[in-house]
Design a protein around this ligand. Structure first.
Ligand code: NCD
Length: 299
């Protein structure tokens, strides 16, 4: 893989390769401390981040690579002075062997990849895509369930502006007999383009109006935060909150996932429940990003 811009670049086979490598790295991290020796990676974040940026930085350092970082590119880079994404990339490619980038524009990674001579890794592009999040999401489901074929996923929260859900839908299309159940406030419903995409890719889609509408044996409840930074106005708080009472209506095998950060959508009273996987997901992010970096830069 040269660039990672979108989940549509993955095949089931190369996902398995990345996941197998992540498993090995997790078991035996000391074996991989020189994998990125002599590689220098630029980490450019124009939007806030805790997990994605810190796990990428941890991944680079655990693999023995070096990095140059802008953690607040919107304010501290020349973007503030009006420099285009393309010009910033034309400069960074002269310094680094790969560029990891998060930006508020939906087409930011594509625009960067068009001009870059070094691999671009999309760490979140506007409301559109977040492919490395989907990698760790699928890896986390795979850890629990083995195979992804036949998986039933409930998606909740901000399905309109949430890029993690959009990328999750895309990556799920690689698997057979997938079922997706959506539950959100009216203002944050999944847009038609994603529903059409699921129709075209044989994902069975059902819109729910309450937790009762969701099958009790869904494998995953995937909640997301209202992305208030991506729209004008105030549509209030999340209505569908996963707490102990709600979770106990579901199967003992239903896992709860969330890309984090959470606001009110998952209550802390389930944090110690073995079905709560959101912190596990965040940890998995580092191992999966290590495997991805090795796949792109050290094959
Ligand atoms: C998500 C993101 O930035 O899209 N967070 C993440 O990468 N783990 C979700 C969010 O910000 O709500």
């Amino acid at each position: 893989m040269e660039n990672l811009i979108s989940c549509n670049q993955f095949t089931k086979e190369n996902l398995e390769e990345i996941f197998d490598l992540a498993d090995k790295m997790k078991l035996n991290p000391e074996k991989y401390t020189e994998t990125l020796k002599n590689k220098l990676i630029a980490v450019m974040f124009f939007e806030p981040s805790t997990r994605t940026r810190m796990s990428f930085e941890a991944a680079i350092q655990r693999l023995g690579g070096k990095m140059i970082v802008t953690e607040n590119g919107k304010e501290n880079s020349s973007a503030k002075k009006g420099e285009t994404i393309e010009d910033t990339i034309r400069v960074l490619e002269g310094y680094a062997d790969a560029i990891i980038m998060r930006h508020s524009r939906d087409d930011s990674s594509k625009a960067a990849a068009k001009v870059s001579k070094v691999p671009i890794i999309n760490a979140g592009s506007g409301k559109a895509e977040h492919p490395t999040q989907s990698l760790l999401d699928i890896y986390t489901i795979r850890e629990k369930r083995g195979n992804l074929d036949g998986v039933k996923v409930g998606i909740l929260g901000d399905l309109k502006y949430g890029r993690t859900v959009h990328s999750l839908i895309e990556i799920l299309s690689l698997y057979k007999n997938v079922e997706v159940y959506a539950l959100s406030k009216k203002e944050f419903e999944l847009q038609d383009e994603y529903i059409e995409f699921m129709n075209e890719h044989n994902i069975k889609f059902t819109k729910c109006t309450s937790f009762e509408d969701m099958p009790k044996d869904v494998d995953v409840l995937y909640h997301t935060r209202i992305q208030s930074e991506r729209f004008e106005g105030d549509f209030g708080k999340e209505e569908y909150i996963i707490n102990k009472e709600i979770l106990d209506k579901f199967s003992k095998d239903t896992i709860v996932m969330h890309p984090l950060p959470r606001n009110e959508e998952i209550s802390e009273d389930i944090d110690d429940d073995p079905r709560a996987k959101y912190f596990k997901q965040a940890e998995n992010g580092m191992w999966v990003r290590m495997a991805l970096l090795a796949d792109i830069l050290a094959k």
